[in-house]
Design a protein around this ligand. Structure first.
Ligand SMILES: Nc1ncnc2c1ncn2[C@@H]1O[C@H](COP(=O)(O)OP(=O)(O)OP(=O)(O)O)[C@@H](O)[C@H]1O
Ligand SMILES: [Mg+2]
Length: 147
């Protein structure tokens, strides 16, 4: 399995949504079955765009949309099921565990979790990526691997 294309503590600039999606796609091969990827970043930082590139790289051809209201979207891919979780509205991680999140993750090819700080300690091997707007221009984002 190749390493992630970004080391902990390092950043890239991603110029435009296409690059954002391509960066997501480049993560796919480095994330093993049943793994978790955490995404941080304010509204509009590009979390869903990155996730769409990643899920597309696993062979899902349809649209990937924000799971903010649904809490979780499930994508069947040829590589296996992918979960996209948005925990923004979750006050207590216990709510997620009551949905059998652990088993869902275990049975999935990959789980991408936005706003998942409450799960960081329980999934210590999961990489964390932080996405930020560039201060001086609209057409770009910085991605930093926090862990
Ligand atoms: N690297 C980038 N450069 C410029 N624009 C980008 C980049 N990545 C994404 N965008 C654009 O930013 C907008 C918001 O992206 P996206 O929906 O992926 O953000 P998000 O972090 O998921 O937001 P939310 O928190 O609202 O769900 C979209 O219009 C998208 O095309
Ligand atoms: Mg989103």
């Amino acid at each position: 399995m190749p390493a992630l294309p970004l080391d902990p503590g390092h950043s890239y600039l991603l110029r435009g949504p296409e690059e954002q999606g391509r960066f997501g796609a480049a993560l796919a091969a480095a994330l093993p079955p049943a793994s978790v990827l955490f995404l941080e970043g304010e509204l509009g930082a590009g979390k869903t765009t990155l996730t769409a590139g990643l899920i597309g790289a696993l062979g899902f051809a349809g649209a990937v949309t924000s799971p903010t209201y649904a809490l979780m979207h499930v994508y069947p891919t040829p590589a296996g099921r992918v979960l996209h979780v948005d925990a923004y509205r979750v006050r207590d991680v216990q709510e997620l565990y009551e949905l059998d999140l652990e088993d869902l993750i275990e049975g999935s090819r990959l789980s991408v979790v936005e706003w998942g700080e409450g799960l960081y300690a329980d999934y210590p091997a999961a990489p964390i990526l932080r996405l930020e707007h560039l201060a001086d221009e609209e057409n770009g984002r910085r991605v930093t691997r926090v862990r």
